[in-house]
Ligand binder design. Structure first.
Ligand SMILES: Nc1ncnc2c1ncn2[C@@H]1O[C@H](COP(=O)(O)OP(=O)(O)OP(=O)(O)O)[C@@H](O)[C@H]1O
Ligand SMILES: [Mg+2]
Length: 255
């Protein structure tokens, strides 16, 4: 089995404070991982570091993505290599239409792979096909990226972007938060449609609900900057019932 992501003893500071305190995580092709855990314990920080956002000081450890040192790849190279990170709070890009943004992203990827830019007809076809996956309305694609999108529209849009880019590894940070029941099902079925034996997903979520539709192979609990428990999907059910305290009883890892 090919491992797509290997996080090894990762320590990360923000503003001099240690937030991630030795994360170990291996994600293989074909797997869906869920990352759960209490608020403010480092889940988004891990996603941000993998995405290559500024402001995070890596003090120790390494991340291999498809066997390469992730930190030696620029943000653009990471995307071109098939890494996709959907953020908890998607950014708005005023003045840039969704269509123009997606076309630029596709062309960036194609350039990296030595391909010509996508032609207009091909691009229109691709947008049509992918819009169906998340039920995205015609008019969202014509609007500026995320500008004035409702919370749920932003999240659906995230899945749309993912569908267009067909990533090898997708990290979705609370894609389910703020979704109504129908949108949740749509988003989940979008993820299931995009799933192949060659790609993998890391889904950060607070709720078991999404995991009824997108069944994870492995569930992790991230607390106090560490993964304190790993299990199968029954762990998510157990957390839903009992909360997090029971795991931490004798460890005191929080904070
Ligand atoms: N830019 C920043 N400046 C200062 N502190 C930060 C910054 N980003 C994150 N932190 C702190 O790092 C800790 C971990 O935050 P993170 O966003 O990773 O948590 P989380 O597990 O994703 O929480 P949630 O479930 O609420 O989304 C928190 O204490 C947060 O306040
Ligand atoms: Mg978060």
């Amino acid at each position: 089995m090919m491992s797509l992501l290997e996080v090894k003893n990762l320590h990360v500071n923000i503003g001099g404070k240690e937030i991630l305190k030795g994360i170990n995580l291996t994600v293989n092709a074909g797997e869906i991982h869920a990352v759960m855990g209490p608020n403010g314990n480092g889940k988004s920080t891990l996603a941000m570091v993998i995405a290559g956002k500024d402001g995070y000081e890596i003090t120790h450890g390494e991340i291999l993505y498809k066997g390469k040192n992730l930190f030696s790849l620029s943000v653009e190279e990471r995307a071109a290599e098939g890494l996709f990170v959907g953020f908890q709070y998607p950014v708005e890009i005023p003045g840039v239409s969704m269509a123009a943004f997606m076309r630029a992203a596709i062309n960036e990827q194609r350039k990296y792979r030595g391909l010509d830019p996508v032609n207009t007809l091909e691009f229109a076809g691709l947008m049509e096909e992918k819009k169906k996956i998340v039920d995205l309305s015609e008019n969202l694609a014509g609007r500026a990226v995320n500008e004035g999108f409702s919370g749920g529209e932003k999240k659906k849009n995230e899945i749309f972007q993912m569908a267009v880019l067909e990533p090898t590894l997708a990290i979705l940070d609370e894609t389910d938060s703020g979704l109504d029941i129908d949108a949740l099902r749509t988003v989940a079925s979008g993820i299931n449609k995009l799933r192949t034996p060659q790609n993998a997903f890391i889904i950060v979520t607070h709720y078991q609900r999404l995991l009824d539709y997108v069944v994870p192979d492995i569930v992790h609990v991230l607390a106090g900057g560490r993964i304190i428990r790993t299990g199968d999907k029954s762990l998510a059910l157990e957390l839903e019932k009992k909360g997090y305290d029971w795991i931490d009883e004798d460890r005191h890892l929080y904070g």
